[in-house]
Design a protein around this ligand. Structure first.
Ligand SMILES: [Zn+2]
Length: 284
């Protein structure tokens, strides 16, 4: 129903969705697993879950999910659940993991344990679980560090709900307006806003760092993320489809980024050399 809504309308819809989070019921200190720093989080678990559920429900309608018994869905669940188990973030949520019907190459994690990968990503990493594990471990890194919840909180704190709508609208008018318009045409408002949510460089670095560690502990080769980045480099930037933006657009595989990931792989291998890892199923 929001397919033809203007960016302003969509921003207002998002603001109303975020407004659900305003009564600060569950204010608590959260320790970032990547940095060890503590920050005050006043978004409650229920609010995170509520937002994630709303995104999930909208994406289920458009573009939809592959059936639970499809090979892509089964592979995604097997790999992602192994990464979650190794991460230690597994007890926090009942995870919902689904493959989106989209040829775009992307993966994303909504708050509250709702995790998605596209059919395009499954195809691109086909036959290489280390690559899929690398990407999903990066996403679980965002979940473990609660990046989406803090983004949501920041938007509310800095802008206020009413002003927030106007600011979001003006943001949409800028560099991401074309993408937002396309996404809005294919998925509905809250989902479109979630898909275009941009984490800071620091958040991305933290997710890379946590992801390398989780993939390694899960028994995968953490180089998988690097080989995936190499494949992305060869892809046309911005190759989104069906309202789903491309991983490339929010995660540019810059030489600097790849270098940092490789450095992290060496560090994790040294640090965890004597520790047991999970055995991955080699029947791929
Ligand atoms: Zn990311």
């Amino acid at each position: 129903m929001f397919a033809s809504a203007s960016p302003v309308t969509r921003a207002i819809v998002l603001a109303s969705a975020l407004a659900l989070a305003v009564p600060a019921a569950g204010c608590s200190w959260f320790r970032n697993p990547a940095t060890g720093e503590k920050s005050l989080l006043w978004i409650s678990r229920d609010q995170e879950k509520q937002w994630g559920r709303q995104v999930y429900d909208e994406l289920e309608k458009k573009p939809g999910f592959l059936p639970p018994d499809s090979p892509e869905q089964q592979r995604l669940e097997r790999v992602t659940r192994r990464v979650i188990a190794a991460s230690g973030a597994g007890d926090d949520w009942e995870y919902n993991i689904r493959v989106l019907r989209s040829d775009a190459v992307n993966a994303m994690a909504a708050p509250g344990g709702f995790v998605f990968a596209t059919g395009g990503l499954m195809k691109m990493t086909s036959g290489d679980d280390d690559e899929l594990a690398g990407v999903m471990a990066h996403e679980i890194g965002h979940v473990a560090a609660k990046h989406a919840a803090f983004q949501m909180q920041k938007a509310l704190l800095l802008q206020g709900v009413t002003v927030g709508a106007a600011l979001l609208a003006s943001t949409l008018k800028n560099e991401r307006s074309r993408e937002a318009a396309e996404a809005g045409a294919a998925v509905s408002a809250v989902a479109a806003q979630f898909l275009l949510l941009k984490f800071s460089r620091e958040d991305e670095y933290q997710a890379d760092k946590l992801g390398v560690d989780y993939a390694y502990r899960a028994g995968y080769n953490p180089e998988g993320l690097v080989t995936f980045f190499r494949k992305l480099e060869k892809q046309e930037p911005g190759g989104g489809a069906g309202g789903i933006p491309a991983f490339f657009s929010t995660h540019p595989p810059t030489p600097d980024r790849i270098g940092k990931v490789q450095e992290e792989i060496r560090r994790v291998r040294r640090k965890r050399a004597d520790q047991p890892r999970m055995n991955t199923d080699k029947h791929r």
